[in-house]
Design a binder for this molecule. Structure first.
Ligand SMILES: *[C@@H]1O[C@H](CO)[C@@H](O)[C@H](O)[C@H]1NC(C)=O
Ligand SMILES: *[C@@H]1O[C@H](CO)[C@@H](O)[C@H](O)[C@H]1NC(C)=O
Length: 433
């Protein structure tokens, strides 16, 4: 950070050490005073730098600072907006707090709930893990649907407490998280902040809320880690994570179990398998492959040892949304109150995949056909820093208990994504990345 501060003239101007030169005492004094003076100026500049640059700061912010920055909530008008957004408008409707509402899955789930008459309030910290303008565009979409997104952090317990005071949410759809597998090597603490500290702070707020909401939240297929038995079933081992992301999601599942056990919170974890579609996340391969193919840039396609296939169980967003809504609709009430458990509460874990893994190179061929551009392929060995070779969901549990039945194949879903991508990035929105 220091390198961004303009160097202060004079700070290092003592070219020669006063110890060596036979200077007068007065001169020695004046050097000390000069040094003190410039030190104050320097500290002053640091001070100014920190306190006047919350919006124009080009440096990715420390996540703990992010939460301090956003305190622009509260007041009667704000409460009115919160209540109105969360108001149930259909018979037997539910009232849902959606965290990560301006995210990819969050936006789709929020609009789907709102459209069927449920009350929905969004919460999002709009961090800059990827282009925040995409999150703002999703927010505008939510706004048109009648979903208000409160700007704040899930680790801000004062804000959460306030939200539960204003609205007696029946459900929480917890989708806020630090995603991405390789980014964990750059910024490990952001995973701890969102996926662990944030989750605990959210569960604390839910535990104390009256009534306690039922919680459905996003875990990840990455918890299967190095498990090589396919397809992945919920009962398979999940104690060999291959990335910090996976480890924090796995930790989240254990933390959820604790809150279920001690406080009677109804908890459902959904293990998502490579979700894709319109309004998706730019850090995912299908998204940046599209961008790079259109730009004529070479794309890196991973292969496993001995030319082994790297494949993903790509799951289309509309199928995921149906799974999320079904999980909310089948969630039983939490049993606790006043922070105390009254009886055993529901605890569930489901795979939400497509149960049809596709090699990543096939995804590239589909994109080439849809974009009518040949990709420049660079086949590389799969790095050993988080990505697993293969994901394949066994979805029979979700099928049986949620009526989950994915119906979009990769070809159909990618076509819808590409149509969105081309219209979004030609319609006045700046090119991705
Ligand atoms: C989360 O918020 C609490 C205050 O509510 C703060 O003390 C803590 O440092 C925060 N944790 C992280 C990881 O930002
Ligand atoms: C899928 O999971 C179910 C349990 O939910 C299990 O009975 C079934 O054998 C699994 N199928 C495969 C192919 O592993």
């Amino acid at each position: 950070m220091l390198k961004h501060i303009p160097s202060t003239p004079g700070k290092f101007k003592m070219e020669k050490s006063p110890y060596i030169l036979n200077k007068s005492r007065w001169h020695w004094h004046s050097s000390i005073m000069k040094l003190t003076f410039w030190s104050f100026i320097f500290l002053g500049l640091i001070f100014i730098f920190f306190f006047r640059s919350p919006s124009s700061n080009p440096i990715p912010q420390d996540p703990s600072r992010r939460s301090l920055r956003t305190h622009n909530w509260g007041g009667p008008a704000w409460e009115k907006r919160v209540r109105s957004s969360a108001r149930i408008r259909s018979r037997n409707g539910i009232s849902v707090l959606v965290t990560g509402a301006a995210g990819f899955v969050g936006t789709h789930v929020s609009t789907a709930l709102k459209r069927r008459g449920d009350g929905v309030l969004g919460l999002d910290n709009f961090n800059d893990y990827y282009d925040p303008s995409l999150k703002r565009a999703r927010q505008a979409l939510l706004d048109r649907t009648g979903v208000f997104v409160v700007e704040g952090d899930i680790n801000d317990s004062t804000l959460l407490k306030k939200l539960f005071e204003v609205v007696p949410f029946t459900h929480v759809m917890h989708l806020a998280a630090q995603a991405g597998v390789r980014y964990a090597m750059e910024n490990p603490s952001s995973y701890v902040h969102s996926n662990i500290a944030g989750l605990v702070s959210l569960l604390e707020a839910c535990k104390s809320a009256n009534p306690q909401p039922a919680i459905v939240w996003a875990s990840s297929s990455s918890v299967y880690g190095l498990n090589s038995k396919v397809p992945f079933s919920e009962k398979d081992r999940t104690d060999q994570p291959a990335s910090l992301y996976a480890a924090t999601k796995k930790a989240g599942e254990e933390i959820a179990h604790t809150y279920n056990h001690i406080y009677g919170l109804s908890l459902t974890a959904l293990r998502f398998f490579t979700v894709y579609g319109p309004w998706g996340r730019p850090d995912m391969a299908y998204f940046f492959f599209t961008r790079d193919i259109l730009k004529g840039k070479t794309i890196s396609i991973f292969e496993a040892a001995n030319h082994g296939t790297v494949a993903r169980d790509f799951t289309y967003i509309d199928d995921i949304v149906k799974g999320c809504l079904a999980a909310l609709d089948t969630a039983e009430k939490s049993t606790g109150s006043g922070g105390k458990k009254k009886g055993p509460a529901q605890f569930r874990v489901y795979n939400l995949g497509n149960t049809s893994p596709v090699p990543v190179s096939d995804l590239v061929s589909i994109l080439e056909r849809l974009l009518k551009v040949d990709a420049k392929r660079n086949v590389m060995k799969l790095p050993q820093n988080g990505d697993v070779r293969f994901t394949h969901a066994n979805i029979s549990l979700a099928q049986r208990e949620l009526g989950y039945k994915p119906s979009t194949d990769l070809q159909t879903g990618t076509k819808k994504f590409v149509r969105w991508y081309l219209s979004y990035y030609s319609g006045g929105n700046k090119a991705a990345g």
